[in-house]
Write a protein that binds this ligand. Structure first.
Ligand SMILES: *Cc1c(COP(=O)(O)O)cnc(C)c1O
Length: 240
């Protein structure tokens, strides 16, 4: 039995999958090259648990507290959950061990994650978060500092570099959105040869409810969709 809220999620997801498939087809791509990450910030554990049974590849949380609470509740089922929001250094301990930390944007953070992962004897998958729009977004490393961050992370034996994540500035048009995503793709490809042998440089995480089609057209391997699956959030995401 599903309640009306669950039925709405099912329908939203059905429509989203259609739009994703259309965007993939338009670029001659197949579903195999794209993961759908459900951005489940503010969604209660029961809602997430319902969604975990649907055609979603993984979940993404913005806040470490939500990630640990919903993990403890078993909300994600067998699906991985990634941290996609900004990580404060004092929350590193709780974040390490999740499926992937997509928001690594400083040497300090990379170093802290390395230390915690080393202590536990694990290897933590990470993405470097790149800031494309100058001052407009507060998180992410500017492209000019990306090489240095990559080099530092490459020296960390308990970090596995998987690729890049980005949230471009709001775009006025599809064309403008595509130009931002194309920049991210170019950085992703330029950095690939600089990765250590232990890296699995396969993830370009970009595109949300409003712009996933543009991101897919420019080579995203993962889109992160929240409202397009769960509907409007009942309270705004916490600013960090
Ligand atoms: C909320 C969020 C998303 C999804 O945004 P929607 O517009 O709701 O699809 C994706 N990525 C990050 C980092 C987010 O915080």
């Amino acid at each position: 039995m599903t309640n009306p809220e669950q039925e709405a999620i099912r329908q939203n997801l059905w429509r989203l999958r259609e739009a994703i498939d259309a965007a993939l087809a338009a670029s001659g791509r197949s579903r195999a090259g794209l993961l759908l990450c459900a951005a489940s910030k503010t969604q209660p554990a029961e809602t997430v648990a319902f969604a975990a049974g649907l055609d979603i590849d993984l979940f993404g949380e913005n806040r470490v507290q939500e990630l640990t609470a919903k993990t403890a509740a078993g909300a994600y089922g067998t699906k991985p959950c990634h941290l996609i929001g900004h990580l404060q250094t004092n929350k590193i301990r709780q974040a390490v061990g999740c499926g992937m930390i997509q928001s690594v944007d400083s040497l300090r953070l990379a170093g802290g994650i390395e230390a915690e992962a080393a202590k536990r004897g694990i290897c933590q998958d990470i993405l470097l978060e790149v800031k494309l729009g100058g001052e407009e977004s507060k998180t992410g490393v500017p492209p000019g500092q990306l090489d240095r961050l990559l080099e530092a992370a490459a020296g960390c034996r308990h970090l596995r570099l998987r690729g890049l994540m980005t949230i471009p500035p709001p775009a006025e048009s599809e064309g403008e959105a595509r130009r931002w995503f194309a920049q991210a793709r170019a950085l992703f490809e330029r950095l690939a040869p600089h990765c250590p042998e232990t890296a699995v440089w396969d993830t370009l995480s970009m595109g949300m409810s409003g712009d996933f089609a543009a991101a897919i057209a420019e080579g995203a391997t993962m889109v992160r969709v929240g409202t397009g699956i769960f509907g409007p959030r009942s309270y705004p995401p916490q600013k960090v």
